[in-house]
Design a protein around this ligand. Sequence first.
Ligand SMILES: [Zn+2]
Length: 573
Amino acid sequence: MSEKRERYLVTSALPYANGPLHVGQIVGAYLPADVFVRYLRARGEDVVYVCGTDEHGVPITLTAEREGKDPQEVVDYWWTHMEKTFERFCISFDNFSRTSTPLHAKNTQLFYRKLKEGGYISEAESKQMYSPTEGRFLPDRYVEGTCPVCGYKEARGDQCDNCGSWYEAYELIEPHSKITGGPAEVRETMHLYLDLPKFSDRLKEYVGGQEHWRGQVKNFILGIIENGLEKRPITRDIKWGVPIPEPGFEDKRFYVWFDACIGYVSSTMEWAENVGEPDRWREYWQEPGTRLIHFIGKDNTVFHALVWPALLMGAGEDGEEPYELPYDVPANEFMNLEVVVDGERRAMQMSTSRNLAVWLHEALDRFPADPLRFYLASNLPETGDVVFSWREFQSRVNSDLIGNLGNYINRTLSFAEKYFGGELPRPGELPEDAREVFEDFKALEARFDSKMLAPRPREALGELLAMGRRANQFFDAAAPWKSRKDDPERARATLYVCSVLLGSIAYHAAPYVPEAVERLREFFDGPIGRVSDVELPESYRVSGSKPLFQRIEDDEIGAAEKQLSDALKGDAS
Ligand SMILES: [Zn+2]
């Protein structure tokens, strides 16, 4: 139990509502945050966990046009799909919102007005491709043409897939609309810009002072500030997005990057309304001392650790609606994929466009959430890139989750039921070997704590596995299967001590495998808590215990691996 209750607001990156979730996203922003939040709640901290879909931007309008739908239909579909998938995976958001709500539009416009009043918004003309036949400006992704560098005929609006060159869309030769094929021409268009350079000094001081940030995040951002910041456009010529409260900008919308992070605030406001205390979002965003923690994948680092703090500084400056700055931005690295190619195992980059990915909803059709969460948590890219491997999933689940933790829980409970009718009263005196194992557990619990709060849930999981090994070792050394014959009370006392350890293992395992610990409560009657805190109960009771996990079989893994190999072949043919 923590002595002082800390206040946390935890967020996971808003997933883009344009396709299903894959495991690479899950290990970046969702699973580590959920494990962390579940642990904070168990400690009794004051924590709110929010997320929501990011529903604006050009890729969604492209999908809508391709499918002949309204953008709203596209995002409605994916919001529902994602919400259901997160629920199946036991992600425990307090609120899962979306950026197409009226509340969010109003909130985004308020941020804009505050930034404008503070003198952080300027106007400038820029060149943009325009389609006279369609009567609209074309975002870069709507434009194709001949590469000005290599002459490749199907070069994209901002980059050539053939030679890799970057350029402005108006530099393309014979540019045309990707949608209609009609010609595109250059026109001047007025846009609003965020004056990021005005925040340089404050950002440098803020980021430089974050001693607890991951080194790679902090150094990366300080390097960008050092190289000089530039003004960023916050508006686009597009009709899908948050309207801009300025005359002359009726046909434009805020750029999706501008409103996305504001979605965290909007989602917290929505949560506060849902719990019937509409002002409570202020406790988390405005009262000093909140630990605001944004879990993200590393591709989101600039927005969360640099641009977003600038927006919060600027919008909160007049003191009317002040904002706390992020306490931490744990950015995770990438996850690659092991694919079997002609009998050989190769690590490859995931590619959503080539369907070379492990989609979470499909993985959940094959396996329950717990073993997937356990494997992914043991393989979080906290310090470097990692590889997802179905074979390793099988071996970690079978050897660590089942062979270590599950085995300990199962042998303790079935022994107690078989030989003592599931009744384990507190012995008058604890056996002499109990003190040592309790001390070892307290040390492991302290290490688990500091790693989890870092927050490094993957490293904390290593301490949980060490608890399992230590508990198994205690069981083996005490050998209750021997003592139950010549000294049954001693064996019963051993099982009592084993139950104390089991309560600690279950407590520390619950953030990773929440469904299993829920089931455990159905047949294990005793405190689930740290050895360091727990008051030894009058008795433990066990009734009707069952194994908590099922082994992963070879044929299940074979089928999952074949799906990836087939996706790769389908792509090659
Ligand atoms: Zn080229």
